[in-house]
Write a protein that binds this ligand. Sequence first.
Ligand code: FAD
Length: 289
Amino acid sequence: MKLPERLRAGKVYSFEFYPPKTAADTARLFDAALELKALSPDFVSVTNSSSGVAPYRTVALCGVLKAQFELEVVAHLTCLAHTKAEIAEICDGLRKMGITNILALRGDPQNVVTGARRRDYDHASQLIADLKRTGGFSIGGACYPEKHPEAPSLEADIARLKEKADAGAEYLITQLFFDNDFYFRFLEKAAAAGVAVPVLPGLMPITGYKQMQNFTKLMQVSVPNALKKGIERWEGDKDGMFKFSVEYASRQARALLDGGAPGLHLYTLNRSKAAMEILKNVKGKAVKA
Ligand code: FAD
């Protein structure tokens, strides 16, 4: 069953990884992937640096996860630093690896290595339209329950999102958020604007005070008081922090599923422990390690 159909058929569980840089990071990722595979995820996704300098690290990792780990894989593909010809080559590489799912993204201008920006693409909707024209891929896109930081308003951002869906995005994955009200309000507004594709919520347990500050600053996501207080309370106590943040994310996840979310996309940072605990709590039964 193709991913968009799967998202409409029942709850979907997925994990996000990023391409490791060192041998030690690679070993840790493969251990995590092996452990998480035991939970039978519907797919795993692999991020792609918007710098424009190493797109094949993503292609290669996607190939390994598909061939060796037998996982369904979604390749992230950012377009800001690439020409149309480069995008076509990367897509060829993905096809050769048997990858048929792409999360089509713009990327962040500040990450593009100086001189690498080619100006064939300004927005994700243009990449989505190209991928749709070429055919052969299930296409997803990104969305932002608290609006994208550059957007003047949530309404303006959702109008742009409608362009992504119209161009061929068959499902959306959200930016992480810590207050479910944003997700449910966003769903209502997106539906009212005519965005009719499934929206998979992205979740990540916070692991420290600094990380919380980074999220609020970089991604401009809100941190509810209960979460802020807990993070402050457990700062410096690794085990206490882990337990607290997994419990918070598990409560959030359960409420999302009960409220009708089509599943969960867990940002793993290439580690398995928190993701396993959260799914175990959400599904209410022991999962194999
Ligand atoms: P777009 O959809 O192009 O939107 C970007 C901004 O432009 C928004 O403010 C939008 O409202 C506005 N906009 C859109 N179209 C137009 C238009 N026609 N005219 C004017 N304004 C317009 N980054 C990475 O580098 N690598 C990754 O692997 C990665 N994975 C991600 C996965 C998820 C689930 C999410 C939510 C984000 C991810 N990102 C990743 C971050 C993403 O690249 C950035 O948030 C980026 O700034 C926006 O990407 P986008 O695809 O949403 O862009």
